[in-house]
Design a binder for this molecule. Structure first.
Ligand SMILES: [Zn+2]
Length: 102
C-alpha cells in the first residue's frame, strides 16, 4: 500500500473514472481512500439541534484502493510506484513513468 495522505490519485474504474483528486484520508484497513471532490454521495441528515437544520448533505465517500492509481506530481501521469532504499536506509517511492522520487 503506497498511497498516502495528500497524494493525488487518478480514478481508474467505476462511475468516477477519469477524475483526479487529493487524498484526504486513508482508512485504517488501508483498502479505502477518501479523495477530495470525488465520489460524492448525498447524505440525509436529521435535525439534531435547533440551529442545525436537517437536510441533504453532499459528502465524499471513500473509494476502494483498487479503483485508484497514484498520479505522479512530477510527470502528471497515473503511475505505478516502486520502492527504493537509499544509502542511508530510508525508503522512498519512485514513479515508474519518470523515475523521479515522489
Ligand atoms: Zn512521474
Amino acid at each position: 500500500m503506497k498511497i498516502k495522505k495528500n497524494d493525488t490519485v487518478y480514478v481508474i474504474s467505476g462511475k468516477e473514472k477519469g477524475k483526479t483528486g487529493k487524498v484526504l484520508q486513508v482508512s485504517k484497513d488501508k483498502n479505502r481512500v477518501l479523495v477530495q471532490g470525488v465520489n460524492f454521495v448525498k447524505k440525509h441528515t436529521r435535525q439534531t439541534r435547533q440551529d442545525k437544520p436537517g437536510g441533504i448533505l453532499q459528502k465524499e465517500s471513500p473509494l476502494h484502493i483498487s479503483n485508484l492509481m497514484f498520479q505522479c506530481p512530477r510527470c502528471s501521469k497515473p503511475s505505478k510506484l516502486a520502492a527504493k532504499f537509499l544509502d542511508d536506509g530510508s525508503k522512498v517511492r519512485i514513479c515508474n513513468s519518470c523515475e523521479e522520487m515522489v
